[in-house]
Design a protein around this ligand. Structure first.
Ligand code: PMV
Length: 354
């Protein structure tokens, strides 16, 4: 009695938005001011792996991130734990005789161990993979029967962008209309086998942690930027339609144009915030120029760029050949020994020298 431990393990990749989420209409529930669309990365490169364990011998909920204990007292962790526990179902194992009734889950404590397969401090979205994985794995452990859409809506309450990591491929986070957030969840637009030609290269411009967290940055933008309203109400809705079409038809020209324009507008609303928020640096700007010049000289886009709340460039090449060329250009203009540009992370599909 009391000697057993039940465990579950899961893995979730991070995702990169091509139509950005920036701005909340409800901070507690994490409800956005616009829809967003992302590409989920290959789990071999940027992902979180989480093991959750439950045992009558655990006196409290605890969590370790990359081997270091972190506090679970924050509202976001508590929301995820509460929402999953609410949906827990009876578990019975005939071999061991372990039986956990629905109401028992409320009293049992969990231990959570999560690892990122990339440096946490690299300024690469780690909360998206982390919260998606936490919710998914807790759901598995607690025999939760809800579908991925429902789970995405729980992950959303951990970190907005996390709701998009429940699915592979191309994913849309529908902002929803309701005040309770029940219609704000992610849907898959196309799975990971769709548009296999694309290769994603992440140029790590700086591995320093970002200066302005997305939470406080978004709050400041919502409160002070006159541009944000225009973006959310007028620009994004038509871009979302264009992006959905581009993805469906594998139309790289349209995909690249919308992706780059939306990244630039996201950084424009950051600049339009008071005080202004600067996420990109000179190296980021030089990478944008390199891609813009190249795309222009080819007459049709070869590479799309997008930047999140930091200076690192996410570059999406139209195919393997273009990706190899892109990597050559990056190596030439930004040699990796350059202290500014410390490394390149290359998507799964590219084999160098191939
Ligand atoms: O989910 P958060 O709070 O980390 O916000 C993510 C915001 C961006 O990465 C800049 C854009 C996005 O849609 O992922």
């Amino acid at each position: 009695e009391g000697q057993w431990v039940l465990m579950a393990t899961g893995r979730s990749p991070t995702n990169i938005a091509v139509i950005k989420y920036w701005g909340k209409r409800d901070e507690a529930l994490i409800l956005p001011v616009n829809d967003s669309i992302s590409v989920t990365l290959d789990p071999d490169h940027l992902s979180a792996t989480t093991t959750v364990a439950v045992s009558p011998s655990f006196p409290s909920d605890r969590m370790w991130l990359n081997g270091k204990e972190i506090s679970l007292s924050g509202g976001r962790f508590q929301s995820c734990l509460r929402e999953i526990r609410k949906r827990a179902c009876e578990f019975e194992d005939e071999k061991t005789g372990i039986k956990i009734k629905k109401e028992d889950w409320e009293k049992l404590h969990v231990h959570i161990a999560s690892y990122n397969n990339f440096p946490t401090a690299a300024g690469l979205a780690s909360s998206a993979a982390g919260f998606a994985c936490l919710v998914f794995t807790l759901g598995k452990l607690m025999n939760v029967k809800e579908d991925y859409g429902e789970l995405s809506s729980i992950a959303r309450q951990g970190s907005g962008s996390a709701c998009r990591s429940l699915y592979g491929g191309f994913v849309k986070w529908c902002m929803g209309k309701k005040d309770d957030g029940s219609d704000s969840f992610a849907v898959q637009l196309a799975d990971e086998t769709h548009w296999n030609d694309l290769v994603i290269i992440i140029a790590v411009v700086s591995s320093k942690q970002k200066e302005t967290s997305s939470t406080s940055g978004m709050r400041d933008t919502v409160e002070t930027s006159p541009l944000l309203q225009y973006r959310a109400q007028t620009v994004v809705p038509s871009r979302v339609l264009k992006m959905e079409e581009a993805i469906k038809n594998q139309d790289f020209e349209s995909f690249a144009k919308v992706t780059c324009a939306d990244s630039n507008q996201f950084h424009a609303v950051c600049l339009d915030t008071s005080p202004p928020i600067f996420y990109m640096n000179d190296t980021s700007h030089r990478i944008i120029s390199l891609v813009e010049k190249w795309n222009h000289s080819e007459g049709t886009p070869q590479v799309a760029y997008t930047f999140d709340a930091g200076p690192n460039a996410v570059l999406i090449a139209r195919n393997r050949k273009t990706a190899a060329l892109l990597l050559q250009k990056l190596m030439y203009y930004f040699p990796p020994q350059d202290k500014d540009l410390s490394s390149y992370l290359v998507g799964d599909k590219l084999i160098l020298g191939d």
